[in-house]
Ligand binder design. Structure first.
Ligand SMILES: [Ca+2]
Length: 437
């Protein structure tokens, strides 16, 4: 069945990329290459600095004078020279500038001191110099050795691991890391642009991404009807913008919902054909995990939607999402085309995965608005929106037809009803809507 669905997909190959898509793809490729180059540079920098650090530690073992003594001497000298050059300051701004100049002079002296001790790698030498200068400038001269000792211990301590030094200190001061972060940001931005070009329907006005797995359906004026089945006249309606699940809710999605319920609540929501183990845990047959959930009542569907902060779509919302601004008869247009939906003509006699039949997508890129399983809505035949089901026999509108429906019954025009509290069918499922925040 899956193989057949895949075969059918081949009948309608994907369209070549549009100009915008091609530009976005070119950006994405360019940014991907830049990021990979930066990644290599970063890895090289890490290894180089780690090597320099290991050498530094080794050289400093038992060396006389110790590193701290040597750097303390350099530091004290630089501080004394800075003190001699200091002039009286008029205000806080001048005091700040003088302190900064002093820090720079001490940092430069420390860098020279480190170079004399064999530390040549700038990624290691410069941050130590800069951070140590900040530690000692403006503090009593007698504290210099203690403060340098504390820093040197952090950098050179026997138990110090290089990755901690790198992550906690060096990476914030390392040019390679900054370059890598910039390349990474570019790569992410290019990916978003590519996604936006390929899937504009998953973005809300203003640029935010719609909820995962949902598409944006713009609000406004639409024509619905005329309908067959349970008839409804043609009319113009207005809907608020909303989001709708791109696919029917799958068995795997529904199983995840059941897992969140305590056992006493779960039992009311388990589709009857699912095996239940001794602990009360229910799971769909493995080969049907990506097929639509079926044998669920309106209450089950409603509970699922609520668990995710979603809701069932009204009949009007469902219809405009299926038929689009042009009020097509079928999701893809006004003419029936075999191979675009899992309906009776497909002759499969059962469901297919919820992501199949991309070639049957609606104008808003929703899948299987025609066929596979028909879908619960939140509306009664009279057009009332159900917040809850007042009784089991309330007739709820179901739309879209299913795998045994002839084409006209799997069209956007066909509507039917089913008692919401008691109907469980192997050809009836649902998808969820959500409001824009
Ligand atoms: Ca469907």
């Amino acid at each position: 069945m899956i193989a057949l669905a895949l075969l059918l997909t081949l009948v309608h190959p994907a369209a070549p990329p549009t100009g915008d898509e091609a530009t976005a793809m070119a950006h994405w490729r360019e940014a991907s290459v830049a990021k990979e180059t930066a990644q290599v540079a970063l890895e090289e920098a890490y290894l180089r600095v780690e090597k320099a650090w290991a050498l530094w530690r080794k050289q400093e073992e038992g060396r006389e004078p110790s590193l701290v003594e040597a750097l303390s001497a350099v530091c004290t000298e630089a501080l004394a020279a800075a003190a001699q050059q200091a002039t009286p300051v008029k205000d806080a701004r001048e005091a700040k500038a003088q302190k900064r100049a002093e820090q720079e002079a001490v940092a430069a002296a420390l860098r020279r001191g480190l170079e004399e001790r064999g530390v040549a790698d700038v990624a290691l030498r410069d941050p130590f110099g800069d951070l140590a200068a900040k530690e000692v400038v403006g503090k009593p001269a007698a504290d210099v050795p203690v403060r340098l000792q504390a820093m040197a211990t952090q950098w050179l301590g026997a138990t110090q691991r290089f990755e901690l030094l790198w992550n906690d200190v060096l990476r914030h001061h390392c040019a390679e890391v900054r370059a890598w972060t910039e390349r990474n940001d570019e790569w992410v931005a290019a990916g978003v642009e590519l996604d936006r070009a390929q899937h504009p329907e998953t973005y809300l006005p203003g640029g935010a991404k719609a909820r995962a797995g949902m598409v944006y359906v713009p609000g406004g004026s639409y024509v619905v009807g005329p309908s067959i089945g349970i008839e409804r006249k043609k009319k113009r309606i207005s809907v608020r913008p909303f989001m709708l699940d791109r696919c029917e809710v799958s068995n795997a999605d529904y199983a995840a919902f059941l897992d969140t319920l305590p056992p006493e609540q779960r039992v009311a929501h388990v589709p009857r054909h699912w095996p239940v183990d001794a602990t009360g845990k229910a799971a769909p047959p493995e080969e049907l995990r990506d097929h639509p959930v079926t044998m669920v009542t309106w209450r089950n569907a409603d509970a699922y939607a609520r668990s995710l902060g979603k809701r069932l779509p009204t009949e009007d919302e469902w219809e405009v999402a299926c038929r689009g601004k042009d009020a097509f008869l079928y999701p893809w247009g006004n003419d029936y085309e075999e191979g675009r939906a899992n309906d009776a003509k497909a002759n499969l006699g059962t469901t297919v995965p919820v992501t199949a039949y991309e070639q049957g997508a609606s104008p808003f890129k929703l899948l299987q608005m025609s066929g596979n399983v028909e879908e619960w809505t939140a509306s009664t035949d009279e057009g009332e929106t159900l917040v809850e089901l007042p009784s089991n026999i309330v007739a709820v509108v179901v739309r879209g037809g299913h795998f045994r429906s002839p084409p006209e019954y799997a069209s956007g025009a066909f509507r039917w009803v089913a008692p919401g509290g008691s109907t469980r069918e192997p050809h009836l499922g649902f998808r969820c809507a959500a409001d824009l925040k």
